[in-house]
Design a binder for this molecule. Structure first.
Ligand code: ADP
Length: 475
């Protein structure tokens, strides 16, 4: 753990092992932090806030820029660590490290774009000034599926704004968090400003983060169930919150679209990170008229995907994070099968040689998926592409909106009017129009409804870490 500028053990002396999800091999062990460690981390972040928040925006920008340089220099080592710890194919890990670094350079620039306003008064002897101030100590909790970029997406804007922070990474990926912290430390972030508490049992640390009065804000990325609990606790203590939660993205192919092109897009997008992404398409709505062409291309692409250890050349789909994740996907596929879905590709856990010690599930296509199947409503988080046939393009937006999750949606059409109407009608925070990657450090990321509160990235990303201060000056 990293507290007040030092790498330290847990107060309890306990540790926990980190394993490779592709092989089961133990990669190392890290401190099993608890509430006392969380308090110590907050002590440090609180003590360093005054000095850090009074550094110039130029200085904070310079440090973030240096962190971007270091992360870029170390990108190959970081990507390899990510693949062995989290499982995604090396190529995808490289892309994530690039995305993670993008947040550093983006917020290095945004640090210098925080400005105020000079506002009119009705009194001639008065002047009004409105400025932005950092909110204070930020507590961050991050997930395992994007174990480096989810840190920089929070740490970049928090540091740029002048906040100090304490962070608890997911128990599956603390080594990536440690390596990310090393980047910041080597870039010269002063002692106490960033603190890392690793924990195998997240609850006691979460309890401290949401109740300690010195924490001004909680930023969380993870499941809706946990986010809801942490948001409620934070609200009781009047902390600011931003929570980026689950998703259940629709992927709508309109009747005028090219079904082959759309199916290629679906195959490329769905199996990224073995489907373990909150913006992964989970409901593929395809018009009956295009169904056979779409399914044919999708199946032939999915059949060609190679599943295996992400370090091996040519592997397109890695393992799932753990056995529970495999069991969830297995249950969803079984339920769909029992209720009449077709399973033209995959549908099974991979247990033969080479797969036995990891958590592998075959890339799967489900056809004839209907509303009464669990997978229709529940977030999937696995390599399963459920295809739903529809007939009425006027109704498909309603079907797509019929979810509590409002994170990402995708549409395929060649008609600008159809695209615009769908863009306007879909109640989702991120919409890809013939585009399988509608994300970037430069644009807001976040969802509506049960998918969360607040936005990360873009110009808005830094505002989550700032509050407004108004001055009335009698002159
Ligand atoms: P997932 O199902 O994707 O693992 P979680 O919401 O369980 O999603 O995990 C996301 C993050 O939330 C992880 O860092 C995890 O340790 C943390 N977390 C889970 N439960 C709690 C809790 N009760 N208090 C604080 N953090 C928690």
């Amino acid at each position: 753990m990293f507290i007040d500028g030092k790498w330290v053990d847990a107060r309890s002396g306990k540790t926990f092992d980190v394993t490779n999800p592709a092989t089961g091999e133990v990669l190392g062990s890290v401190p099993a932090g608890g509430s006392e460690d969380a308090v110590a981390a907050i002590d440090a972040a609180h003590a360093s806030f005054s000095e850090w928040s009074n550094t110039t925006a130029y200085e904070r920008s310079r440090l973030l820029y240096r962190a971007w340089e270091l992360m870029t220099e170390r990108s190959e080592a970081l990507a390899e660590l990510m693949t062995v710890e989290q499982g995604k194919p090396l190529k995808a890990s490289r892309a994530e490290v690039k995305y993670a670094a993008d947040f550093l350079i983006w917020f290095a620039e945004e640090a210098k774009r925080v400005t105020g306003e000079w506002l009119p008064s009705q009194r001639p002897d008065q002047r009004f000034l409105s400025v932005k101030a950092p909110v204070g100590v930020v507590a961050a909790i991050t997930p395992w599926n994007y174990p480096i970029s989810m840190l920089t997406r929070k740490m970049g804007p928090a540091l740029a704004a002048g906040c100090t922070l304490v962070l608890k990474p997911a128990e599956a990926t603390p080594l990536c968090a440690k390596a990310t912290y090393e980047v910041f430390v080597d870039a010269g972030i002063p002692d106490g400003v960033i603190n890392l508490v690793t924990a195998v049992d997240p609850a006691p640390v979460g309890e401290v983060f949401t109740s300690d009065p010195r924490v001004a804000k909680l930023t969380f990325t993870g499941s809706t169930a946990v986010g809801r609990v942490l948001a409620a606790k934070s609200a009781a203590n009047l902390k600011r919150i931003s929570v980026e939660l689950g998703g259940h993205a629709p992927f709508i192919v309109f009747p005028d679209a090219d079904p082959v092109h759309a199916a290629k897009g679906a195959a490329a997008l769905k199996f990224l990170n073995a489907g373990q992404a909150c913006i992964s398409p989970n409901r593929l709505y395809v018009p009956t008229s295009l169904r056979s062409a779409f399914e044919e291309t999708l199946c032939s692409r999915v059949e060609k995907l190679r599943t295996g250890n992400g370090m091996d050349e040519g592997v397109g789909v890695g393992p799932l994070i753990n056995d529970l994740a495999v069991a969830k996907v297995e249950r969803q596929v079984e339920d769909a099968r029992e209720k009449g879905a077709g399973v033209p590709v995959g549908g099974v856990r991979l247990l033969e040689d080479g797969y036995a010690s990891g958590h592998f599930f075959a890339p799967t296509v489900l056809t004839d998926v209907r509303e009464d199947m669990t997978i229709y409503r529940e977030e999937t988080f696995g390599p399963i592409a459920p295809v739903i046939a529809y007939d009425d393009p006027d109704e498909v937006i309603e079907l797509a909106n019929d979810t509590n999750y409002g994170l990402a949606a995708y549409i395929y059409t060649r008609d600008i009017a159809v695209a615009m109407r769908a863009f306007e009608g879909l109640r989702f925070g991120i919409i890809g129009v013939n585009d399988v990657n509608p994300t970037s450090a430069s644009v807001p990321f976040g969802g509506m409804g049960d998918s969360g509160l607040g936005r990360e990235g873009g110009h808005e990303g830094i505002s989550e870490y700032l509050e407004t201060k108004t001055g009335g000056f009698a002159i």
